[in-house]
Design a binder for this molecule. Structure first.
Ligand SMILES: CC(C)(COP(=O)(O)OP(=O)(O)OC[C@H]1O[C@@H](n2cnc3c(N)ncnc32)[C@H](O)[C@@H]1OP(=O)(O)O)[C@@H](O)C(=O)NCCC(=O)NCCS
Length: 105
């Protein structure tokens, strides 16, 4: 977890092209962003899931911020999110493997 100071510095760097709160019945239900590399990230609080909010928010984000293409970085075991993006027309293009080296530098 970043410290508060690191988090504030991150937000002050204006890392996103767009960032919104997702509301349901005027209550905050989650958030969505579009990065400057056209990546979409979304999180909906557990009490508000399966209401169609993520699908609606992603469609609205793409409508308001037209791009030639969008990306979504989804963990291989996050099947619900993979299903969500697949239903919105996203295709799997790569899986990235990582191995840590022995150097600490
Ligand atoms: C993934 C997440 C954003 C979905 O939000 P949501 O508002 O519940 O999604 P929606 O209600 O719009 O669901 C749209 C479709 O996604 C799929 N889906 C969503 N949640 C699912 C679940 N728990 N299991 C299986 N499929 C799921 C379904 O196909 C669903 O359509 P359906 O309800 O008609 O079957 C939400 O569960 C979440 O925030 N998870 C934790 C954070 C995360 O994984 N973020 C995405 C990282 S890229």
């Amino acid at each position: 977890m970043p410290s508060i100071a690191e988090h504030v510095a991150f937000l002050r760097s204006i890392p996103y092209a767009a960032w919104y709160i997702v509301e349901h019945d005027h209550k905050p239900a989650g958030s969505i962003y579009l990065s400057k590399q056209d990546e979409i990230g979304i999180a909906i609080h557990s009490g508000f899931q399966r209401l169609g909010l993520a699908k609606q928010a992603i469609e609205e984000l793409m409508r308001q911020h037209p791009r030639p293409r969008y990306l979504a970085n989804i963990a291989p075991l996050n099947h619900m999110s993979q299903k969500l993006f697949a239903e919105l027309g996203f295709n799997l293009i790569q899986q990235t493997f990582e191995k840590h080296g022995s150097s600490n530098t």
